[in-house]
Design a protein around this ligand. Structure first.
Ligand code: ADP
Ligand code: MG
Length: 334
């Protein structure tokens, strides 16, 4: 049974960056205004996330890694209107099946922090023969999650992910995109032991400032704002798109739908072909898009590792995005 659970968990959490995405979304759900990420060996050896969010109640600690345990879904009707990122209650459970996971957490009204260790969906003693009770310890308000030895329980997966530099790049990509989008939250991302962080965005910096930090001044200065709201189809978006061709080898898309980092093939393809046809050189677009769609129109039942989402009236939304960018490109080039 344990093997089956581990394989299922390995399909939900299939690489360090995708564990990070789930953990970041939990920290954001917890109202964090500061999130620090620490990484060893591309996250394979260790992945740590510290936030200053509302923390986890001590009595909930024994349960948080059980499957379908979530504090974000009180009644069934919430499913259609859920605003938070995660609702499945599967992320921590899956991570606990594929790593050695510990959680240290403190709520503001608690006198001390508590630490718990997890394996295969359950709270376990810190040392063999010890107690399963969360242990009181010193700590700041908020939560620290540490996942060690990722995929120790799935040797084939571990072998497949031996390029730690590639895994770190993916971690950095997820971290920096969430940092750019969440301008109310300070983010850092560092390799543990490195003299300085690779990513450090302060709380309250604008999105364009964050983009400049991560992608450089040249790209940031080529960006123009777009904005659109359509009452009839119940969606709206704003964003920043490149207006001039710049030396990028590939397109860059930072696409958020209802504040979740997603992929969307039809939007990408439509925007890429717009740039090819409108701008002089073979231009690669840089696109940051914050798209909000009425939650009941978004299909939330996609597999967690599939970043691709579906929503109603896709064609109209894609057309509106292309049209809005097109107008902007025409007016900024004249
Ligand atoms: P979900 O996010 O879908 O509820 P998860 O498995 O990701 O499921 O998390 C389980 C529960 O653990 C969450 O519902 C939340 O109550 C708690 N939790 C996880 N991470 C944090 C965090 N960083 N801060 C506060 N609570 C957290
Ligand atoms: Mg979650």
């Amino acid at each position: 049974e344990s093997v089956i659970n581990r394989i299922a968990a390995g399909e939900i959490i299939n690489r360090p960056s995708n564990a990070l995405k789930e953990l970041l979304e939990n920290s954001l759900d917890a109202g964090a205004t500061s999130i620090s990420i620490g990484v060893k060996d591309g996250g394979m050896k260790l992945l740590q996330i510290q936030d200053n969010g509302h923390g986890i109640r001590t009595e909930d600690l024994p349960l948080v890694c059980e499957r379908f345990t979530t504090s974000k879904l009180k009644v069934y009707e919430d499913l259609s209107t859920i605003q938070t990122y995660g609702f499945r209650g599967e992320a921590l459970a899956s991570i606990s099946h594929v790593s050695h996971l510990s959680i240290t957490t403190k709520q503001a009204d608690s006198e001390c922090a508590y630490k718990a260790n997890y394996a295969d969906g359950k709270i376990v003693p810190a040392k063999p023969g010890g107690t399963c009770e969360p242990e009181p310890c010193a700590g700041n308000d908020g939560t620290i999650l540490v996942a060690e030895d990722l995929f120790y329980s799935i040797p084939s997966r571990k072998t497949a992910l031996k390029n730690t530099r590639e895994e770190y790049n993916r971690i950095f990509e997820v971290a920096s995109r969430y940092a750019i989008h969440n301008s109310g939250v300070a983010f850092t991302c560092r390799k543990i032991g490195a003299p300085k962080a690779d990513l450090s965005t302060p709380q309250g910096a604008s999105i364009i400032t964050n983009i400049r930090q991560v992608f450089g001044a040249k790209i940031a200065s080529s960006l123009v704002e777009i904005e659109h709201s359509d009452g009839h189809f119940d969606f709206r978006f704003k964003g920043l798109v490149s207006s001039a061709s710049h030396e990028m080898h590939k397109s860059v898309f930072l696409l958020f739908i209802n504040h979740r980092l997603v992929d969307h093939g039809p939007i990408k393809r439509a925007v890429e072909s717009l740039y090819t046809s409108v701008l002089p050189k073979a231009s690669r677009p840089f696109v940051y898009l914050d798209l909000q769609i009425k939650p009941e129109n978004v299909d939330v039942n996609v597999h967690p590792t599939k970043r691709e989402v579906r929503f109603l009236n896709e064609d109209s939304v894609v057309a509106a995005i292309v049209d809005c960018i097109h107008k902007k490109l025409m007016s900024s080039s004249s």
